[in-house]
Write a protein that binds this ligand. Structure first.
Ligand code: NAI
Ligand code: ENO
Length: 733
């Protein structure tokens, strides 16, 4: 027997599917010498012959005393008698653990047997399994990319806890730690209740009249829903005997909801049913994506690049999905309205999905009809419902800026959490805006997420906004003003663009004044709005046509107010010729136009222009790279820091592939010059990536744009659009 293996001698008591899978993985990796004990001798014989264990064993003094690790893998109610057998011979430095599906009962059994749970006993539970049982179902890969929960007790030995973590990691699991009671409540809902429902459903139908036909014509749904009713009956009987209270609590909750569904059917209340189904569908879709990330590997860690070969010409006609920023805000305002809104051409990708999920979690019914058509059943300004879990804005700063002000105006407390880079971002200006208006928001240190929002009276949102406000901060202020007791008056820097005014007026909110803007809080009315094309994509494709000789591109339904003024004011100054094909129409003065190849001229942007067009600076800078003569952008350093970061990444990329951009005294100077091409790193910034794709199309040798995950999340059909326009772009993972 070798004892130089990392985990030494390991004994599995209960060599069934889970114990066998564990043993097989350790044995195949050569990490331990495996012993198996089972009350069924046949399982041990099979265990040896199929290479799951090295030796069959008894729970006698000789065996127990030479073990470094003992893992209990019997059904949970058998563990007490197994512990009693082991106790007399157990060494204090042997790690004693288990894999049982309930934890309170196992701790109670150990306490009963030992007087108090010993320091070397640390319970565990893999969240991986199958409806199979027995050692022949052992699968050494069962735990890979799944979670294993450990529930250390107050006196657990830290060194042995460390060994338990290493043990689970060795079989491929991600280890999480939680307390016993929490474990039993969470698992009662996520695992025990579904098994109870599956067993009961199959049993009900199997004994029903017409049961033959019910099973004969059972569609895929029945099979999916009831797979787990093939699980081991002894194991599951034990689970429900062992986790009685937590299972009853979740079962009662479910029974109440089922009764509500029954009532909805009695009353033919389609709206309620639809609400539950849409919420459940989107919650599950969202949850499945998270699960996929766990099992397939996290996509945000995958590097996605786009290679662009020098392109010839772009031609044809195109209409883009709706403006992202308007989509976000229109959804929120519709959700807060006292009626039903019909929105068309909404961009439902990327960050907008996160906002939508949060609204659904708070009781808003959103119907999707494809191609960006949605119907939203508004709940009124203060009609959101407290979500079951914290509101998660993931990595979307926009969702945070738009949701936080409306959460501040609700009458329930709520926690807001985020992920990734957002967790290290201070939101000082946003918090300042909210708290000085009377909102109650507390944050983690350094103004970072998570935030706790408690109900409070919003007094007024008046005054100057902190710093040189970002577009998001302006939106936060406007949304917050919907909750203010008094009219809000904005002064100074803040210029509310015509699109925003249009959006607010569509929902019945009036604004007056231009220098000193007043927002009168009032109930919102449901609206019918068709959103204009996304302006980033419009400007991107228009510049693509302008840069590539032989191009002629028609772009449909573009808003020509607000930032849409770019098309009238700024681009023509650079030599772009816009041929308007239709008269302005509707709320956003939407028009179609044609744009063709043109020789660009350098441009000088004042600080006011830089502020107004701050979201478009990366695209404008790339246009300047290909323009004749010099360009300069003043005042970038006075913008919120992330605009400057964005431009720094852009400038580094341009210079890296042979362009000529220089910062002098805070002014960005760009000398027109066609770069050679090469590698462009967008550092995960979506707008920089979009600008780099434009840059690549016209470089001498094409280029590869790195780190395109975010832009592909925001514009999922970007590759398709590029190909449709005639751009030679391809995605590489
Ligand atoms: N099946 C699953 O998907 C999962 C099960 N678990 C837990 O893992 C444990 C084992 O489950 P499975 O491997 O699925 O069951 P299994 O039925 O495949 O294996 C259990 C084994 O324990 C043996 N056994 C029963 N009483 C015994 C006793 N007093 N002394 C010695 N051996 C005894 C049985 O003969 C059998 O071989 C259970 O506690 C269960 O709650 C945890 C996660 C997933
Ligand atoms: O087969 C399935 O889908 C399961 O649900 C597996 C499972 C069963 C019991 C557990 O305690 C953990 C996982």
């Amino acid at each position: 027997m070798q004892d130089n293996k990392e985990f030494g001698n390991v004994l599995i008591v209960g060599l069934g599917m889970i114990g066998g899978s564990f043993a097989k993985s350790l044995k195949q990796q050569g990490l331990a010498t495996l012993f198996g004990a089972d009350r069924r001798a046949g399982e041990l014989t099979l265990g040896v012959s199929t290479g799951v264990i090295d030796y069959p064993a008894q729970l006698d003094a000789d065996t127990i005393q030479k073990m470094d690790i003992i893992i209990l893998a019997t059904p949970v109610r058998a563990m007490e008698s197994v512990l009693a057998e082991i106790k007399p011979h157990l060494r204090s430095d042997t790690l004693l653990t288990d894999v049982g599906s309930t934890k309170g009962s196992v701790v109670a059994a150990a306490t009963k047997v030992f007087g108090a749970a010993p320091e070397n006993f640390i319970p565990g539970h893999p969240i991986a399994g199958a409806e199979k049982s027995g050692v022949l179902a052992a699968n050494p890969h069962l735990f890979e990319k799944h979670m294993a929960i450990v529930t250390p007790l107050p006196d657990s030995d830290p060194e042995l806890l460390d060994r338990l973590h290493r043990l689970w990691r060795a079989v491929g699991a991600d280890v999480v730690s939680m307390d016993v009671e929490h474990h039993d409540h969470v698992l009662a809902a996520s695992s025990h209740l579904p098994h109870l429902l599956a067993y009961t459903l199959v049993d009900t139908l199997a004994n029903a009249d017409r049961s033959q036909d019910i099973f004969r014509f059972a569609a895929g749904g029945f099979r999916d829903f009831t797979r787990i009713a093939s699980s081991d009956p002894v194991m599951w009987r034990d689970v429900f005997l062992a986790n009685k209270d937590a299972t009853l609590a979740t079962l009662d909750l479910f029974t109440d909801r089922l009764a509500e569904m029954r009532q909805a059917i009695v009353e033919a209340d389609g709206a309620s049913m639809y609400g539950v189904f849409t919420r459940a569908k989107s919650a599950r879709d969202h949850f499945l994506r998270l699960l996929e990330q766990r099992t397939i590997g996290k996509p945000q860690q995958k590097q996605i690049s786009m290679a662009v070969a020098p392109a010839s010409a772009v031609n044809g006609e195109i209409k883009f999905t709706g403006d992202k920023s308007l989509s976000h805000r229109a959804l929120i305002m519709a959700a807060l309205s006292d009626g039903v809104s019909e929105l068309g051409n909404v961009d439902l990708a990327g960050d907008v999905k996160i906002t939508m999920q949060a609204l659904r979690d708070m009781g808003v019914v959103i119907e999707e009809f494809g191609h960006g058509a949605v119907r939203i059943h508004g709940v009124g300004r203060t009609g959101l419902r407290a979500p079951i879990a914290p509101v998660n804005v993931h990595e979307s700063a926009t969702s945070l800026y738009l949701l936080l002000p409306i959460l501040a105006g609700q009458n329930f407390p709520v926690e807001v959490i985020g992920e990734g880079a957002l967790l290290n971002t201070p939101f000082t200006h946003l918090l300042e805006l909210l708290t000085r208006s009377g909102a109650q928001v507390t944050s983690a240190p350094a103004d970072c997420l998570p935030f706790k929002v408690t109900p409070a009276v919003i007094k007024s949102v008046s005054g100057e906004l902190p710093g040189s406000p970002s577009s998001r901060l302006v939106s936060s202020a406007l949304l917050l003003s919907l909750y203010a007791e008094q009219d809000s008056e904005f002064k100074g820097q803040i210029a509310i663009d015509a699109q925003t005014r249009g959006l607010f007026s569509a929902f019945g909110v009036s604004m007056s004044g231009s220098q000193c803007l007043k927002v009168m809080p009032s109930p919102l009315e449901g609206a019918e709005i068709d959103l204009p094309s996304d302006l980033q994509q419009v400007i991107w494709s228009a510049l693509l046509a302008v840069l590539l000789p032989g191009s002629s591109l028609q772009i449909n339904e573009v808003s020509t107010i607000g930032r849409g003024r770019l098309l009238f004011d700024l681009l023509p100054k650079m030599g772009v010729q816009i041929d308007w094909l239709s008269e302005p129409q509707g709320l956003f003065s939407t028009r179609s136009f044609k744009v063709s190849f043109a020789k660009l001229k350098g441009i000088h942007l004042s600080p006011a222009e830089v502020y107004e067009y701050r979201e478009f600076l990366p695209l404008l800078a790339v246009a300047a790279v290909f323009a004749q003569g010099d360009s300069s952008f003043e005042g970038i350093s006075q913008l919120p820091y992330f605009y400057e970061d964005r431009m720094t990444t852009l400038v580094d990329g341009v210079n890296h592939i042979g362009g000529d951009c220089q910062w002098q005294g805070g002014v960005l100077h760009i000398t027109g010059k066609v770069p050679e091409g090469g590698d462009l790193d967008s550092a995960g910034n979506d707008l920089v990536a979009l600008a780099f794709l434009l840059l690549s199309a016209r470089c001498r040798n094409g280029a590869v744009v790195r780190d395109c995950q975010k832009i592909l999340e925001q514009i999922p059909n970007l590759e398709e659009i590029a190909v449709m326009l005639g751009l030679k772009a391809s995605v590489h993972i």
